[in-house]
Design a protein around this ligand. Structure first.
Ligand code: ADE
Length: 224
């Protein structure tokens, strides 16, 4: 899978992808992540990428030309399955989006800044608009990092134990059950004895009950 991320602050995205699972995914050749600096595609001598809003109003708008130039260049090099714009007024990101995106070959992710991008970019280039929640970040970069992380760990071959993504919270619309490791007792706080019993069918049953109870209590909306 290839992911091209378009940003005016690409350096913000270097660290999230240079450690742990994201780093390993790239080293194994499962994903390629390319960061692009929108500013380099501005023909303005000061590399300006924004301008005042038509009609007046506070806040700058990201201009169409540099972004269009960069997207057109990428599209001339390969076909893209989705061109995603990170924006607080997009569809709220769910695990189902991540599952679908993880099966794609090439995607572009555009990070917004200031008031956002010129509407014509959304109309003519963007195929999907994604929000990571009902709050406003100062730019789309952190949101893009969240999206990419959630997608990349699902790409086949990225996780050592493939089942560990399948048993994640949300994969079956349920939250994960509680988990424990050694020691079996700390400060008189004991691990539930069933987990130490070695009775695998009973352990699975207990886990399912715990998942269901936890979901009912914390996220009843998932059961609707
Ligand atoms: N850009 C600013 N806020 C955002 C959000 N909540 N989700 C996605 N992109 C954003």
């Amino acid at each position: 899978m290839r992911i091209d991320i378009l940003s005016i602050l690409p350096q913000l995205l270097e660290s999230p992808f240079s450690d742990s699972i994201m780093k390993r995914a790239q080293e194994k050749g499962c994903v390629e992540i390319h960061l692009h600096d929108i500013r380099k595609y501005s023909l303005d001598k000061h590399h300006k990428v924004d301008d005042y809003q038509y009609g007046g109003g506070a806040g700058m708008v990201m201009s169409i030309e540099p972004i269009a130039r960069l997207i057109e260049k990428l599209k001339s090099e390969r076909d893209y399955d989705e061109i995603i714009y990170m924006t607080p007024d997009g569809e709220v990101l769910e695990q189902t989006h991540c599952n679908q995106f993880s099966l794609l070959k090439n995607i572009i992710i555009l990070c917004g800044h200031y008031k956002g991008v010129d509407e014509r970019i959304r109309e003519h280039f963007i195929t999907k608009e994604i929000s990571i929640g009902s709050y406003v970040l100062s730019g789309g970069e952190l949101a893009a990092a969240v999206l990419v992380d959630a997608i990349v760990r699902l790409v086949p071959g990225v996780l050592n134990n493939e089942t560990s993504a399948l048993t994640d919270s949300f994969q079956d619309k349920l939250l994960s059950p509680p988990i424990y490791t050694r020691p079996p007792e700390y400060n008189n706080w004991k691990v539930p004895p069933i987990l130490l019993s070695g009775n695998q069918p009973e352990i699975e049953k207990w886990r399912e009950e715990q998942s269901l109870n936890r979901t009912k209590k914390r996220r009843p909306d998932l059961l609707d």
